[in-house]
Design a protein around this ligand. Structure first.
Ligand code: PFF
Length: 544
């Protein structure tokens, strides 16, 4: 079977940008800014972009193109060749198929709410809800978490989920060029146009309530852009740390508080999630390039497109609008979950700003487009794995993927109220990203070797990357990642493993989720083992 290819350079850049630009840009980013001290968040955010995000972008584009040259579109085969066929390395690559599947299971469900809300906005279905509370009641009933005058069960949500799920499979069945690239070619420009229209509308809101002149768009922009250095430094904790002696967990915790480690972790996590790095999807997309194609400039371009969409557009819509209508304090209070700003605050604001139904449709339509171009990228690694390593046809691979993920999605749909989505998001959307990112960086800079890595990165390249990045990729990025990983494990991982924050009635659901995830991981690892055994058997048969 001949390998698939992108039809052009713009096509692959749009597809990678499509993967990166998603709900993370328009919902998760504003939520993170609001919950992590406003402007203070942006400093660690940009540091993480330069020291983690950009290096990983380049690493993944390069490893992906390299692996594609050996006929592999997923991490196991890529790592195998990168590490000179050392036996065990390929099993680390399993994370690069497992992670995207885990994210896909809840991401598509959330994406389906956006399709539904686009329709609700256009038809004025939630117009009777005029405050946060009633918007919240609407959303909960829609998701089957409550029954009220809006919805009597999860039926409507389920129908929209099936439609969204089917749309994803349908597009992916057309392949890289005919499916993913074609959709991104139209969806990405449309997305930028819609976002700009909404941004202009928000900027012209001015001071909507004359009784509260302090609530205005400018104050909203200030909330995002005025960096508050003091929030990154807790002098009291630092004093207590400096006064202590020796090594102890308490002293370590004090250091964490002094440097506000929580904000740094949140910033690094956001960079990973928003750029779609550390998970395997960019590896897969880049594997459909040829060695003559540039990766250095393309990686930089896709990262820049994502950052424009996130910081400029994502930052200029939700936060200024929310602050203008409800004030900074209320915005802070009403954004405890990432859905609050998107599904409650924004529809309320848009209803009040003239052409409410149309603007609501644009807002949710924008999010749906952003979502679907991301979920397509989450589906492709598993499909490519079945095609490359088990010689399934695209149709067969899409069918197997569809059946398995359809079953897995049920956990997210019916376990939402029990916290299953948060659990999936921690393992798939946070922990795996950092772990896999660390593995890739060490493999690239240390096992493959920095000299070879640098040459490979610049093969066919349209630009030369500043030499300082040689040093960053080799030392700074892995060190940064290892520190984050250790802190995650100690701070979040251990309490999480011990179910410390889980309500007793949800324990069973969370444990079941973990068992399913473990089984899925084990299944994928076995598949890698079988695939390589078959290859080895095939090779020895061919030998004379
Ligand atoms: N980058 C996407 C977003 O910002 O919403 C989410 C995502 C897509 C994460 C694909 C990881 C991934 F592999």
């Amino acid at each position: 079977m001949s390998r698939q290819h992108w039809s052009s350079k713009t096509g692959v850049i749009l597809a990678v940008a499509g993967s990166a630009i998603g709900l993370g840009n328009f919902l998760r980013f504003p939520g993170q800014v609001v919950n992590n001290g406003g402007g203070a968040f942006l400093i660690p955010y940009f540091v993480a972009l330069l020291l983690l995000g950009l290096p990983l972008m380049w690493i993944e584009w390069t490893i992906g193109r390299f692996g594609g040259g050996f006929g592999h579109s997923t991490a196991p085969g890529m790592f195998h060749n990168l590490a000179d066929k050392r036996r065990f390395i390929k099993y680390f690559g399993v994370i690069g198929i497992f992670g995207p599947i885990v994210i896909f299971t809840y991401y598509t469900y959330i994406e389906s709410w956006l399709l539904a809300y686009s329709l609700f906005a256009a038809t004025g279905r939630y117009n009777a809800c005029t405050d946060h509370q009633s918007m919240g009641a609407f959303l909960n009933a829609y998701r089957g978490l409550a029954r009220n005058e809006h919805f009597q069960g999860i039926g409507t949500a389920y129908v929209f989920f099936i439609l969204t799920f089917a749309a994803n499979l349908w597009i992916i069945a057309y392949g890289i060029k005919g499916g993913i690239e074609r959709v991104c070619r139209y969806a990405m420009p449309a997305l930028f146009v819609i976002a700009i229209v909404l941004m202009i509308r928000v900027f012209t809101l001015g001071t909507p309530d004359p009784a509260h002149p302090e609530n205005n768009v400018l104050a909203g922009m200030g909330f995002l852009w005025n960096p508050d250095w003091t929030k990154l430094w807790n002098a009291q904790a630092w004093q207590a740390f400096a006064n202590g002696e020796g090594f102890s967990m308490e002293r370590l915790a004090l250091l964490g508080t002094a440097l506000n480690g929580k904000v740094w972790l949140a910033a690094a996590g956001q960079i990973f999630f928003t750029l779609s790095v550390g998970i395997g999807v960019i590896l897969t997309y880049a594997s459909y390039l040829s060695r003559r194609d540039d990766v250095a400039l393309s990686g930089l371009t896709s990262a820049s497109a994502n950052e424009t969409a996130e910081v400029i557009l994502g930052g200029s819509i939700v936060i200024p609008a929310a602050v203008a209508f409800f004030g900074a304090t209320a915005t802070l209070q009403s954004s405890s979950s990432i859905f609050d700003l998107g599904f409650k605050t924004m529809p309320l604001v848009l209803q009040k700003s003239g052409f409410g139904n149309l603007l609501g449709l644009l807002w949710f339509g924008l999010l749906f487009l952003a979502g679907i171009t991301s979920s397509l990228s989450l589906a492709q690694p598993a499909i490519a794995f079945l095609e490359d390593e088990f010689n399934l046809s695209r149709r067969e691979a899409v069918t197997v993927f569809g059946v398995v993920t359809f079953l897995l999605c049920q956990m997210a749909i019916f376990g939402l109220g029990a916290g299953v989505v948060d659990e999936l998001d921690f393992w798939g959307g946070t922990f795996c990203l950092v772990l896999f990112g660390a593995v890739e960086t060490i493999l690239f800079g240390w096992v493959f070797g920095m000299d070879r890595a640098w040459t490979e990165l610049h093969a066919g390249s349209d630009i030369r990357i500043p030499g300082i990045y040689r040093w960053i990729i080799r030392y700074v990025t892995p060190a940064f990642l290892i520190v984050i990983l250790a802190v995650y494990l100690i701070q979040d991982g251990i309490p999480l493993l011990l179910l410390r924050n889980v309500k007793p009635e949800n324990t069973l659901a969370i444990l079941m989720t973990r068992i399913v995830l473990l089984l899925l991981f084990a299944l994928l690892a076995c598949m890698v083992w079988i695939a390589w055994r078959r290859k080895e058997a095939g090779n020895s048969k061919e030998a004379p």
